[in-house]
Design a protein around this ligand. Structure first.
Ligand code: SAM
Length: 252
């Protein structure tokens, strides 16, 4: 793992517990509030060991949404493809892609502890630490057949401007796949509108063309739902929606 920034001193201790409940998971999501991306990745450092457990408890389906969309449109030989997994976290996306035949992964994340989990999967040939939006995407231009980012395009996480760096990292004719949730409980921050505007602008500039779009009403359970209200709400209110976007980079 190449490390360009170290920040393991966490201000946000999350208790490790092998018998975590949905309540614990919700409490962890709700304590991740700072608008500062540096604080957010420090939060992930402290959350890392419970990350997958808590996300499973909240029925997190974002990696499936993105990987299914990509695989439905992808027609090459997956074993020959080089994948850049941006905000790779613990390696959930690569674990799913391996089941579909992909073999070559490079991962980037701002959290050292999450990268350590990704390293434990043994699936990544290269892992890099970088706080995106502040530091440049540590990836060679025009190198990757597939660039994928799941669960990190959000206010306080990876800024919209990084989407251009994702496109730059893809090979001509390569795919960029992005999945994100609509966090209903949070104040409206305009992130989704800004993102979709940027995607469209890049299309108008001839950088890429849309290759697929998939929406779901059940991206994950709404982590910001009041813990006391969870049992009372209708199933459709219990989940947040989400979207996966797939773009094909121009071949010239
Ligand atoms: C919800 S997790 C998603 C992880 C993985 N893609 C998945 O779907 O399981 C968000 C990840 O984004 C990373 N992240 C958030 N903001 C970031 C930033 N500005 N730069 C780099 N990584 C960031 C966090 O450290 C965390 O690992």
């Amino acid at each position: 793992m190449q490390i360009s920034q170290t920040s393991l001193q966490s201000k946000f201790p999350v208790m490790s517990d092998s018998c975590r409940t949905e309540d614990d998971a919700r409490a962890a999501f709700q304590s991740c509030k700072s608008p500062d991306p540096k604080d957010r990745v420090q939060f992930y450092d402290s959350w890392a060991e419970n990350y997958e457990k808590d996300h499973s408890l909240m029925s997190y389906r974002a990696p499936d949404l993105a990987v299914n969309l990509l695989c439905d449109q992808f027609s090459g030989s997956p074993e020959e493809v080089l994948v850049l997994d941006v905000a790779c976290g613990s390696g959930w996306v690569a674990k799913l892609m391996v089941e579909r035949g992909f073999k070559h992964f490079m991962g980037v994340d701002g959290s050292k502890a999450m990268l350590e989990l990704a390293a434990e999967t043994g699936l990544y040939q290269d892992l890099r630490l970088a706080l995106l939006g502040t530091e440049p995407l540590p990836a060679q231009t025009g190198m990757f057949d597939v660039v994928i980012i799941v669960g990190a395009l959000d206010a306080g996480f990876v800024p919209v401007s990084v989407v251009r760096e994702l496109c730059a990292a893809a090979k001509p004719g390569g795919f960029v796949c992005m999945a994100r949730g609509d966090h209903r409980g949070k104040p409206v921050d305009g992130y989704k509108q800004d993102l979709e505007l940027q995607l469209q602008l890049m299309e108008e500039e001839g950088l890429w063309s849309p290759a697929g779009l998939r929406q779901t009403d059940r991206y994950m359970e709404d982590p910001h739902l009041d813990r006391e209200r969870v049992e009372d709400v209708q199933p459709e209110e219990r989940y947040i929606s989400g979207t996966a976007y797939l773009y094909k980079k121009a071949s010239h």
